[in-house]
Structures are given as C-alpha cells and as structure tokens.
Design a protein around this ligand. Structure first.
Ligand code: ZN
Length: 129
C-alpha cells in the first residue's frame, strides 16, 4: 500500500519505519484535514502549522525528500496508508525462539572481525530487548 508518488518499497526503509511510528503519535486535535485536496495543516513544534500534502511538507524533516511523519499521518487519515503491520503473535513467538541463533550469528561475525564489538553489542541488545 502506498500513496502520492512514493514507491511502496520506500516505506520499509528503517528510517521511514521510524517516521511511520512517530506519525501515530500525532494527535487528531493537531490536524486540520481537507479531504477534497488531500491536504492538511498539522501543528508541530514550529509557530506555524506545517502545510502537508501526500507529496510535500513544509517541515524540516522533509529536506531529505522522503515522506515525513506528517505525510504518513495524512495518508493514514485519508485511508490511503495502513501504518505498521498488525501484530502477529505466532510470528512474534517464532522470532523470539530464533533470537539466540541470531545473536550467535553476530557473535561469529564479531569473532571473525567482520563487525566491531560496539556493533555486536548493539545488535545483541536490540535483539534481546
Ligand atoms: Zn512534515
């Protein structure tokens, strides 16, 4: 599922996934939606609300020319984007069972000198969290 002129694969980039998660934190009361033009004014940290469309936003985050959290929130509000996938308990359980193997995989890479101690520790910490 995608919106505007964006390639769907972009929404699975880790940086974009963070923006999608942050979009969910934007309150409805901060959004003035115009469904006819598929645009919105969204209040943020600045004095003026951001002008948001499915392809553009006036916030600083959009300087990377990839959808910002405001654009994701607008797309969700218009029913054009689902947001993060729904939780899947069976898949979550299977993943948890694999965590020790995943940590071992990175331990081997660390022992081979392929990754730094810091990278190994950060990955292991993230997996075990
Ligand atoms: Zn924005």
């Amino acid at each position: 599922m995608t919106f505007g002129n964006w390639d769907e694969a972009l929404h699975f980039d880790p940086k974009q996934v963070t923006k999608i998660a942050n979009a969910l934190k934007i309150k409805d009361s901060d959004i003035t939606l115009d469904p006819n033009t598929e645009s919105a004014l969204i209040s943020g940290s600045g004095a003026e609300p951001y002008k948001v469309t499915l392809n553009d936003c006036t916030c600083g985050s959009f300087k990377d020319r990839k959808p910002c959290k405001h654009m994701y929130r607008l797309a969700m509000k218009l029913g054009l984007f689902d947001g993060p996938p729904a939780k899947n308990p069976a898949a979550e359980k299977a993943f948890k069972k694999e965590i020790p193997n995943e940590v071992d995989r990175y331990r081997k890479l660390y022992c081979e000198g392929a990754i730094s101690a810091e990278k190994f520790a950060a990955i292991a910490k993230a997996l075990e969290k």
